[in-house]
Write a protein that binds this ligand. Structure first.
Ligand code: FES
Length: 247
């Protein structure tokens, strides 16, 4: 299988960058997309050229590190799939495949396809945790949680923080990511004590990091590999107003 990769190359944050074409032969349809990029990098090494920088960790759809735009779609042509789970069988022999990094002010490009997503970490640090004294694990049934509440919290916890929601949104809003993290904790009884501080702190940090406002276009929900619902955003907004009304 042969394809033409058109890949964004940028040597550093200050470089203007641009698309470069690479004809890559010797691929198979069973290769993952990242393996195809590995294959291209091996050829670049043999030619003495600089390899393409791209990010990954688990290659199992868990860590959220591998996100790129592929032919204009976050994580490629399929819904609810990360880049590392994409295989070359999704493309035809001879296809041109354009690969670009996430585009958002709050995600500046570090090199080639790698962007700085530490703005997500700083939102996380504002409250995506529960402050509690550690000690022996409590008895499992000491806090009873209805199944529908546990399910809702787990659905929100499925967010892998890849940034596809931000990169896809025309406003570069981080509302889907932030709402998933807020709701994950605020829904559960263990998160109630800090619920108002959490929603205020995380939404405030989201704005300070330069993310745009949510206008409910729904693009984030479509491209989210974890299938996080935009209902989380509506719920976060309600929690936000309640926090100001009650504090
Ligand atoms: S490399 Fe971990 S989600 Fe893709």
């Amino acid at each position: 299988m042969k394809v033409i990769f058109k890949i964004w190359r940028q040597s550093g944050p200050k470089d203007k960058g641009g698309i470069k074409s690479y004809e890559v032969d010797g691929l198979t349809e069973d290769m993952s997309f990242l393996e195809a990029l590995d294959h291209l990098n091996e050829q670049l090494v043999l030619k003495g050229e600089g390899v393409i920088a791209f990010e990954y960790d688990c290659r199992e759809g868990i860590c959220g590190q591998c996100g790129v735009f592929i032919n204009g779609r976050a994580h490629g042509p399929h819904d609810h799939m990360t880049t590392c789970q994409l295989h070359m069988r999704s493309f035809e022999d001879g296809d041109e495949i354009v690969v670009e990094p996430w585009r958002a002010k709050a995600f500046p490009v570090i090199k080639d396809l790698i962007v700085d997503r530490s703005s997500f970490d700083r939102i996380f640090e504002e409250g995506a945790f529960v402050s509690a004294k550690t000690g022996t694990a409590p008895e499992a049934n000491s806090i009873l949680i209805p199944k529908e509440v546990a399910d809702k919290a787990m659905d929100a916890a499925a967010c892998i923080g890849c940034g596809a929601c931000v990169a896809t949104c025309k406003n570069s809003s981080a509302a889907l990511f932030t709402s998933a993290k807020v709701n994950h904790f605020n829904i559960l009884p263990q998160g109630k004590a800090e619920q108002h501080k959490r929603v205020k702190g995380m939404t405030d940090r989201m704005q300070k990091e330069g993310f745009g406002s949510c206008t409910f276009t729904g693009a984030c929900e479509v491209e989210c590999p974890a299938g996080i619902s935009i209902r989380n955003i509506a719920e976060m907004n309600a929690r936000f107003f309640k926090a100001f009304a009650l504090d």
